[in-house]
Write a protein that binds this ligand. Structure first.
Ligand SMILES: O=C(O)C(=O)Cc1ccccc1
Length: 415
């Protein structure tokens, strides 16, 4: 596949996150690697490279330039140069919890039926793992907490829609840590029962994210849309009910797996469509954190009192004064309902619920109307990162480090 350099910047790099407007006031700068490369920020047309040495197909999402320290403007400094290492594949993380480096011996819970994008992402990150299908993302996280799985995989942001706030909500409510990240190029296909022609399709079913990513194509087709739990589940539903007036949006792999026809390829409204997934682990079973001098990322959530831009500036200054790059910054302000969860029903914005695991007693769920989701380059053990967090803790209400893991700027392409 050839990617051209003339694509516009992904929407979420330019605008406040619009997907969240109903429930959330949120704006973000979120840096999935290669998003800006595809947009031609550096003037190079990205090319699909040879498979990586480990056999995984990959797109090197970055161009070898170092990022601009502390630069969080959505246009410059976001070309995936999170850590300045363009074409390495970071697979040398210890998987902890008894698993080997390729994930053999690990069970990874994912939402959906076999063939879901999340399962591909899990298998790409940990080729030797066993995947455990779950009905909902919440079930996947609960499976890890209860010991029924070693990891859960969760899509947390996409170049087309920015942060998946509902999945962040889930992550924050659980006592789990980020163990690994993986970026997956997502191709959407229109699939139907063998022999069904496009003109016969009246309805399209898929995961809500897939329907949203293909909105313009679906409008052109003039079909009804129906959300279901996941893309592969949609395909399974078509197959088992022999639905002849319905198509599903899912991956080409799901078409093979379930024996369906592909009516159209590349259905997504933007040709550059990358989803970032996180692999989550119980804290005690997490892989050893990358050493301070390795390419690493630290993810955290910062709750603050809100009310002014000063907090944001102070957070930025804590990082930029130490030359620490930010790779994600999402601002959530849910003060509209005064933090009253009871007001949430009528379109008011509920506060963000975060499990506080720092206290001595049992972890408690706390409500915060003003939070920042921050990913920074560097390990949590790096003295600069430690100091930045300590500085933020002086003025924030609460900081929870969500994990420290190997930075992986590769975009994997499974087509
Ligand atoms: O439904 C799936 O296949 C999933 O894994 C969730 C999803 C949907 C669309 C893009 C990425 C992940």
């Amino acid at each position: 596949m050839a990617y051209t350099s003339s694509l516009p910047l992904p929407k979420h790099l330019l605008l406040p996150n619009r997907r969240s407007t109903r429930h959330r006031s949120s704006s973000s700068v979120s840096f999935i690697p290669a998003a800006a490369k595809a947009s031609g920020v550096n003037g190079h047309a990205p090319e699909k490279p040879a498979p990586a040495p480990n056999g995984k197909p990959r797109i090197n999402g970055v161009n070898g330039h170092k990022g601009v320290n502390g630069h969080i403007n959505g246009k410059k400094g976001v070309s995936g140069h999170v850590n300045g290492h363009a074409d390495r594949i970071h697979l040398s993380v210890s998987t902890g919890g008894g698993g080997s480096q390729d994930g053999s011996g690990l069970r990874v819970a994912f939402q959906g039926a076999p063939g879901a994008y999340s399962e591909f992402a899990a298998k790409t990150a940990l080729p030797g793992c066993a995947t455990v299908p779950c009905r909902a993302f919440a079930d996947a996280l609960a499976a890890v907490e209860r010991g029924g799985a070693d990891r859960a995989i969760l899509p947390v942001e996409s170049t087309m829609e920015g942060t998946a706030l509902r999945n962040y909500d889930l992550l924050l409510r659980h006592d789990l840590v980020v163990a690994q990240e993986i970026n997956l190029f997502v191709h959407y296909c229109l699939l139907a029962m063998p022999g069904v022609r496009a003109a016969e399709v009246r309805r399209v079913i898929s995961h809500p994210m897939a329907l949203a990513h293909c909105g313009r194509a679906l409008a052109r087709l003039g079909v009804d849309r129906e959300p279901v739990e996941d893309t592969a589940g949609a395909v399974e539903m078509l197959r088992s009910n022999r639905m002849l007036d319905t198509a599903a949006i899912a991956s080409p792999r799901a078409a093979d797996l379930y024996g369906l026809d592909v009516l159209a390829h590349g259905l997504q409204d933007e040709s550059w469509n990358v989803t970032r997934f996180l692999l989550l682990s119980r804290p005690a079973a997490a892989p050893a954190a990358p050493p301070a001098n390795a390419d690493a990322k630290t993810s955290m959530v910062v709750a603050h009192r809100g009310g002014s831009m000063a907090v944001l500036l102070k957070v930025l200054s804590a990082f930029s004064s130490r030359n620490i790059n930010l790779t994600k910054l999402e601002v959530i302000n849910n003060e509209g309902d005064g933090g009253d969860p009871a007001a949430a029903g009528a379109g008011a914005r509920p506060p963000v619920m975060i499990l506080d695991t720092s206290a001595r007693g049992a972890p408690t769920l706390r409500a915060f109307p003003h939070v920042l989701y921050v990913d920074c380059a560097g390990a949590a053990s790096d003295p600069r990162v430690r100091e930045a967090i300590q500085e933020i803790e002086k003025f924030a209400v609460f900081v929870r480090v969500l994990g420290c893991y190997a930075a992986d700027s590769t975009i994997y392409d499974l087509q």
